[in-house]
Design a protein around this ligand. Sequence first.
Ligand code: PMT
Length: 400
Amino acid sequence: MAKKKVMVGVTGGIAAYKAADLVSSLVKQDIDVQVIMTEKAESFISPLTFEALSGNPVWQDEFSPGGGLSVPHVQLAEQADLFVIVPATANTLAKLAWGLADNLLSSIALVYNKTLLIAPAMNTNMYNHPAVQENLATLRRRGVRIIEPASGRLACGATGVGKLAPVEDIVAAIRWHLFEPKGLQGKKVIVTAGGTREAIDPVRFIGNRSSGKMGFALAEAAWLRGADVVLISGPVGLAPPFGVTCHYVESAAQMRQLVLDHYEEADIVVKAAAVADYRVANPGTQKIKKTDNDLELLLTKNPDILKELGEKKRHQVLIGFAAETEELLANAQEKLVKKNLDLIVANDVTRQDAGFNADTNEVTLLFPDGKQEPLPLMSKESLAHHIFQVVEQLPRFKRN
Ligand code: PMT
């Protein structure tokens, strides 16, 4: 992400301490953060904390500004790419809804004319009060994005809605708003990730080394680029990407069913999952007992999900991955044609720094017209964005 400027407004609620985590996380992502605190916020957390984390002076009072700006409420508003208020108290929500400008934060909000994100946090009864709900409705109507509070145990001891949304979700929402271009806006993307498991009996399975990293990076990239994303994943140890609808499956048969359920309305399908080509013909219904003899398993062929999608293809853009240990390009080319794909990503999985479980990947893209694009080693996140950048330029994608 290029260096962007985010203003973080902190108001006087107990969740103010979580804004420190947010600022730290944004700074680590190379975002320039300016913190604006209300007077009451200082009762909960020291400005020094934010100064140390952001590396910038903290803005508190527009009449004794410091920090080198003569009219801070105007200059800060003009410089920022995004303004986020975390946490937002009922009092600040009311000021914003009614257009009051009695402190630096509310004054900036009146000058600022780009996207405003607000993460409210307060007691459940306060949050549910019609006055607060009407103020939130007013703000939503004006285009303010509300990051809904979560439910849980609140600082006041009550349990209910009003807890600040998880900081990771707020970071994700900020990244989404900062990310450009939104070339997949209005598009529906299916991504498959991870490896399938084919049962031998209730406790054992045949699996593979896929970690899901490639597929999850693709799902997040598509979401950041504006798509409505469905991620269908085998069992993995990764946190679900924010904003993405996740379905978890075990077997190839379950993955096939879910992919087909979503296929009709999909614009793009990316099959990064490592799907088992075979399953056990007669899996045990009970745990298979050890004997003195060898055990033979009869394997039967699984459906080739991607090939089936290729046969049913109408408007969809289909992208496959080819995980190969030999004859990389020839094998990938054969799969591109056999599965009627618009693009295949040829992945040499013998390497340590590419393919299964690595954080990086080095691949070659193959197209139906015979064009090949070898790519250098890069993070799976960068590769995911590159793939969608390429897809956004495909004539078939542009036509639909
Ligand atoms: O998950 P990671 O640890 O990050 O690793 C990433 C990866 C190595 C799994 C990924 O980059 C990758 O290469 N995925 C494809 C793995 C694979 O199954 O390749 P394949 O050559 O066997 O299959 C070709 C294509 O057909 C794939 O898109 C696959 O999803 C699809 N397929 C395969 C078999 C089958 N029965 N149904 C399918 O849809």
